[in-house]
Structure formats: structure tokens, C-alpha cells
Design a protein around this ligand. Structure first.
Ligand code: SDX
Length: 376
């Protein structure tokens, strides 16, 4: 056995995939052969989801069918919402999401069918369920009823409406759609790896996504976008940001929204996309000070730690200016990533090899079991 140990599996190739690849040399996020940033600027989230799931961009009739299948998928059963209503109101929204996905498994007739056709049917249901589940969890936690669906709106516009109760402007819907596209798929982050590890035992899609939610909740991963907004609101205004961050760094704290295991010493291309979207929003909303606050944060972290922003750093203020409650940021991340996760689980089931790594044992050896005195 090769005794090579990579802590955190850093730079270890865990599997082969045709879904996506982070080409850091060329600063390209490859999604089924296309560049994600170019896709996000020219295609809708739903078109990119079709590409991620089916392997090709949809022509107009295919897109219409895909959108209709999602639109016509069942609403979340009341029994599932009742389970969420039974949760303590102190429950984190990511735990509502994890519970909801887990509970939905039992109502899916295709649950244990790993055929491509059944997996695609489950993916359609999950793409339909996620925005409902995210919005309903928040409403239930607030002791309110979820906003009614607005089938006349596009997928992203309806999703944003479900979160705020306000029909978004065209620009708001477009920016939210771009944010969903920025989050849709990103090679092998901890949550995707978690989903593939679970799928590699031939466990089901819902179970794989349930594990991925638990992973994404962590602040070193998806939970960062929520933490970024809370941090930058605590900094109060642009003039205080530098001293605020310097104090945190002096206390050896991690600054949420900065750094990335793959984008070492370079900016996450998705962060730049969201920074551009933020520039548009602050002008329309008259919130130029917020933009200044985030730009100063970026400059301080580059100067002090040579760390660049990741997607979460600039996605957070975009969600904030879209009027989305802060604790919904990570659930939105997960809802957007559903397309990528389903594609990876399908691929794992199609070309499976059980994940079962080994260890470098550093514990004690050679202890002998001695006869114990007490009666056995
Ligand atoms: C996402 O993998 C993906 O693709 C994930 C994601 C996706 O789309 O799925 O991109 C989404 O998870 C983005 C990352 C969101 N998380 C955060 O913003 C949390 C803050 N960031 C870090 O904790 C950190 O940068 C990680 C976890 C993202 C990456 O950490 P690594 O690769 O394990 O790097 P490291 O912890 O070994 O840090 C190297 C050095 C350390 O300094 P020393 O202790 O060696 O002196 O850099 C420092 C770290 O202390 N450092 C930071 C820092 N990130 C790294 N110092 C302060 N603030 C930070 N944010």
C-alpha cells in the first residue's frame, strides 16, 4: 500500500468527471466544456441547469419542456411542511432544508431507482422543490405562511418572489438569476465530494443531497456568505472596515469570504461577476457606501494576507440589496447547487467505485488484553 497522506485530500484527484473543472491556469470554470462566467452572462440559470444535468444547452423547445416539467412538478406535500412546523423555531434554516430533503425522500416513487431516466425525474422534482423548501422553511420559522407560487414568473423571478414576497424588477431578477448561475456547480467542493461519497455506496439521491446540506452549512464552506453579511454590517460603515478587519486579524480570526482551497492567490472569477452585479445594484438602490465598504475589505485583505475574495464575499451584498433575509443566503446557495449535485450523483452511479480510503495510523500498538478482576 502506497503510504502517501494528503491532509484534507488537498490536490488529490478524487474522481474523473465530465461535469466541471476549475482550470486555474486559464482562470476558467469549465462547465460541460463552456466557461461558467460566459454562460452566466448570456444564459439563464435554467438553461445552465439543463446543460449541467443533461450535458448540453437546451434549444428553445427543450428549454420550454424543461421549464414546464419543473413548473408542473408537485408542490411540497403538506405533510412535509407539517414536519418542518414541528421543528423548534431556533432551528437553523440549513437544518430545515436538511430535514425537508430527508423527509421528501419517502414520497418519491423513484427513490431507489438509479436508472438515468428515474434520476432525471428525481432531479426535476428536486429543482422544483428546492426554492419551495427554502422559502417555506423561512416562512414557517417566522410563524408565517409561505408566499403563494407565481407560475407566470420565470424560475429565478419566482424563487426571488418566494423569498421576499415582492415581484422583482427585471434587473433584480436578472441579477438573482446570475447569482444562482454563479453557485450552480464548482467541481469538487466538500459538499459535492460528500454527495459522491454517499452515492458511491449506491445510496439514493436524496440521501446524497442530505449529506451535502450538512457539509455546506459549515462556515468554512457555504455558511460563509451569511457570515460575510453579518460581519460587514457589524463593521457599520466604510470608514470602520479597515480597523475592524485589522482587529479580527490581530485576533487570528478567519475573515469570511476570503481565501479558497483552489484559487490560491487569485480572485474567484465568480466573485468578480458578483462584484459587477453589486456595482449595478448599489447605483439603482443608492447604496454606494455599501460598495465602498466591501471594496475596502477586499483591499485590506489583499494587503494584509494576500487573500482574494471568493464568491461568497460579493454574493452576500447582492442578496442583501435584493431584500433577502440573511439567514437565507446559504440555503439559496444549496438550492442553486442542486443541479450540480444531481449531475455528480448520477455520474457516480453510472461509473461507480466505492470510496474507501485508508489511514496512516499514529495510535498505540501491541497492547495486550489482560484478565480483568471483576466478574464478567
Ligand atoms: C466556498 O471548494 C469550493 O469550490 C467551495 C466553494 C463552492 O463553490 O462550492 O467555492 C464555496 O466554500 C467558498 C469558501 C467560503 N469560505 C470562506 O470564505 C471561509 C473563510 N475562508 C477560509 O476559511 C479558507 O480560505 C478556506 C477554508 C476557504 C480554504 O482554506 P484552506 O485551503 O484550507 O487554507 P488554509 O486554511 O490552509 O489557510 C492557509 C493560510 C492560513 O494561514 P496560516 O495559518 O498558515 O498562517 O491562509 C490563512 C490561514 O490562516 N487563511 C485565512 C483565511 N483563509 C486562509 N486567514 C484569514 N481569513 C481567511 N479567510
Amino acid at each position: 500500500m502506497e503510504d502517501v497522506y494528503h491532509p484534507g485530500l488537498e490536490n488529490v484527484i478524487a474522481c474523473e468527471t465530465q461535469v466541471s473543472y476549475l482550470d486555474t491556469d486559464h482562470e476558467e470554470i469549465v462547465i460541460r466544456g463552456y466557461d461558467l462566467i460566459a454562460l452566466a452572462k448570456q444564459k439563464s440559470y435554467l438553461e445552465i441547469a439543463h446543460l449541467v444535468v443533461y450535458g448540453q444547452l437546451p434549444n428553445p423547445p427543450e428549454l420550454e419542456v424543461f421549464a414546464k416539467q419543473i413548473q408542473q412538478a408537485k408542490e411540497i406535500p403538506t405533510a412535509i411542511l407539517d414536519i418542518l412546523r414541528a421543528l423548534p423555531k431556533t432551528t437553523h434554516l440549513m437544518d430545515y432544508l436538511r430535514t425537508g430533503i430527508s423527509a421528501l425522500a419517502g414520497s418519491d416513487p423513484d427513490l431507489d431507482d438509479r436508472s438515468k431516466e428515474a434520476s432525471l425525474r428525481k432531479t426535476i422534482r428536486l429543482l422544483a422543490y428546492m426554492p419551495q423548501l427554502v422559502a417555506a422553511s423561512h416562512a414557517i420559522k417566522e410563524g408565517q405562511e409561505p408566499f403563494p407560487s407565481r407560475p407566470e414568473l420565470s424560475y429565478s423571478a419566482q424563487f426571488l418572489y418566494r423569498l421576499t414576497g415582492a415581484v422583482p424588477t427585471h434587473q433584480e431578477a436578472l441579477i438573482f438569476d446570475q447569482a444562482l448561475s454563479a453557485y450552480i456547480e464548482h467541481e469538487m467542493p466538500n459538499s459535492t465530494f460528500t454527495a459522491r461519497v454517499i452515492a458511491s455506496t449506491l445510496s439514493d439521491l436524496y440521501g446524497s443531497l442530505t449529506g451535502a446540506v450538512a457539509s455546506l452549512k459549515g462556515t468554512l464552506h457555504g455558511g460563509a456568505n451569511e457570515a460575510v453579511m453579518l460581519m460587514m454590517l457589524e463593521a457599520q460603515q466604510a470608514d470602520y472596515v479597515e480597523s475592524y478587519l485589522l482587529e479580527k486579524l490581530a485576533n487570528k480570526e478567519r475573515i469570511m469570504g476570503f481565501g479558497h482551497r483552489v484559487y490560491m492567490n487569485k480572485m474567484d472569477p465568480r466573485a468578480l461577476l458578483m462584484k459587477e452585479a453589486l456595482a449595478q445594484l448599489v447605483t439603482v438602490k443608492g447604496q454606494e457606501e455599501l460598495y465602498a465598504r466591501f471594496e475596502i475589505g477586499e483591499k485590506v485583505m489583499l494587503r494584509e494576507k494576500n487573500l482574494h475574495p471568493n464568491l461568497d464575499y460579493y454574493a452576500a451584498p447582492v442578496f442583501y440589496l435584493l431584500g433577502i433575509p440573511i439567514e437565507l443566503y446559504t440555503p439559496i446557495f444549496f438550492a442553486a447547487r442542486t443541479a450540480g449535485l444531481c449531475a455528480h450523483v448520477m455520474e457516480q452511479h453510472e461509473h461507480n467505485r466505492l470510496f474507501r480510503p485508508r489511514v496512516r495510523y499514529t495510535g498505540t500498538r501491541g497492547l495486550q488484553v489482560t484478565q480483568v478482576n471483576e466478574e464478567r
